[in-house]
Design a protein around this ligand. Structure first.
Ligand SMILES: [Zn+2]
Length: 472
């Protein structure tokens, strides 16, 4: 009997061959001309999952969404927990094409590095799951996995998952599970294993302020009627206090404060503010007082002005009281803020900061994205970090939080199960950028961690996963 690690090392050529085939399919969800390729990409993964033994694999193309893949491999063990792995098979567009050193859909290997669009985000990471389950079976001598494995591979994540909630509703009866494993993220460094424990939510809106019904002569009328640009500027200035705290009443009501233990772990995550400033090409840090940069990005909500316009913008001077002013606003949210409650709070804030003679209207873009949080004191999290640590020779696994927003919270809400993140991308993988790459060794580590994780979750058991408590 071979170990998980040996099996994976022996089958590294299979991983590379799979990468080479799948990455040649340019499944760019954002470009309609490539939607046929998205369908071909879904079919490729369907065939690959079947080939390694998944008894049930389907392409879901029965709605407005681009083809997604669902695969299921029931465990023969009675009472085995059910795991739902989430990832996506569509890829980002490739422009500017001239910055690619090799054509983006012709994978090239240089030592341990494989370059192609989708290598790390997310095809390479999904392929480590196929190798991982093979290693799990080979090393444990099983003919079915220790857990019932389900894979849900979306086809339009890179386009903002516009139909994902609809897809989840349409196929909800197939998605029952005890835990969700998200595989679409990365780690701090190749020798610093880590796992995402939170992603921020978001709501966005356009705020319009209307004053006089026409632009007025500022000599004839200025100083005697309200100016919507001034009113908008005052409202935006009132969004934060001098300590960087958002002043919308109720904004922080549902925010889960970091525990001392979480702050201690955050502090251990390697981070250099000077290097951060260099990447940002910013001359200063600015944010909520009392929090580190990583805490500000990962664990605190924000109010941001994304754009501002109003009045005369042309050459020279036009002395008017403008009729209109606009701002684009976004709010990043953290657990347990509720997008609907935040939208209502901001509506009230705008009403309270609209002076007489000005009409304000706030147009929200949809229902927003919920934040999600992985509690770090649960058996699910423990099983994940044990598996990762084993794949990284016993190294401690650090929790991180993403400042961005994704479809994971919607998934968690739809299935009502805890969530963990198993991803092995690296910060310099250049996902979404030219010359995207992946480390094949990191994919092997991902496969190894997945192989251990199925064994570990089976040991925890469905009941303990559901209760969030370790069995006595
Ligand atoms: Zn991705």
């Amino acid at each position: 009997v071979t170990s998980e690690r040996e099996f994976i090392a022996d089958h590294r050529p299979d991983l590379i061959a799979d990468l080479d085939e799948w990455l040649r399919i340019p499944g760019i969800s954002a470009i309609p001309d490539h939607h046929g390729d998205v369908a071909r990409s879904a079919q490729w993964f369907t065939d690959a999952a079947r080939a390694i033994g998944f008894p049930a694999v389907e392409v879901w193309a029965d709605g407005p969404w681009l083809p997604a893949v669902f695969a299921e491999w029931p465990s023969a063990e009675p009472d085995a927990p059910t795991v739902l792995v989430y990832g996506h098979h569509d890829v980002q567009p490739v422009d500017p094409l001239q910055l690619w050193e090799h054509p983006p859909f012709e994978p090239t290997i240089d030592g341990d590095v494989l370059r192609a669009r989708g290598a790390a985000d997310d095809k390479g990471q999904l392929l480590f799951h196929l190798l991982g389950v093979r290693a799990h079976l080979a090393a444990t001598g099983r003919s079915t996995p220790a857990v019932t494995l389900k894979l849900l591979i979306e086809g339009e994540e890179e386009s903002g998952s516009p139909h994902f909630e609809e897809l989840l509703r349409a196929h909800r009866d197939r998605l029952d599970c005890d835990i969700v494993v998200v595989t679409d993220t990365g780690m701090i460094a190749a020798d610093v294993p880590s796992t995402v424990t939170g992603m921020r939510g978001m709501v966005t809106a356009t705020l319009s302020m209307h004053g006089p019904d026409l632009d007025l002569h500022s000599g004839v009328f200025g100083g005697a009627v309200p100016n919507p640009a001034t009113a908008l500027a005052r409202l935006i200035a009132a969004l934060h206090d001098d300590a960087g705290r958002v002043q919308v009443p109720g904004f922080y009501d549902d925010v889960l404060e970091l525990t001392d233990a979480e702050r201690e772990l955050f502090a251990r995550v390697p981070h250099d503010d000077d290097a951060f400033l260099q990447v940002a090409q910013s001359r200063a840090l600015h944010g909520e007082a009392g929090y580190s940069t990583l805490e500000r990005i990962g664990a605190r909500p924000t109010a941001e002005v994304n754009g501002l316009a109003g009045g005369y913008q042309g050459a020279g001077h036009k002395t008017i009281v403008p009729s209109d002013a606009y701002a684009k606003l976004s709010f990043r949210l953290v657990a347990d803020q509720d997008p609907a409650k935040i939208m209502k709070a901001v509506d009230d804030f705008v009403a309270a900061h609209t002076p007489p003679g000005i009409t304000a209207s706030l147009e929200w873009d949809g229902a927003g994205v919920r934040p999600c949080l992985v509690p770090i004191d649960t058996p699910a999290y423990q099983a994940l970090t044990d598996a990762l640590s084993a794949a990284f020779d016993g190294a401690a696994v650090l929790p991180t939080r993403e400042g961005g927003s994704g479809p994971e919270a919607a998934l968690q809400q739809a299935v009502g199960a805890p969530l963990v993140f198993l991803g092995v991308g690296l910060p310099d993988d250049q996902i979404h950028a030219p010359n995207e790459k992946v480390s094949i060794t990191m994919l092997q580590k991902g496969a190894e961690a997945a192989a251990y994780l199925w064994t570990g979750l089976a040991r925890v058991g469905a009941a303990a996963l559901a209760s969030g408590r370790t069995p006595a």
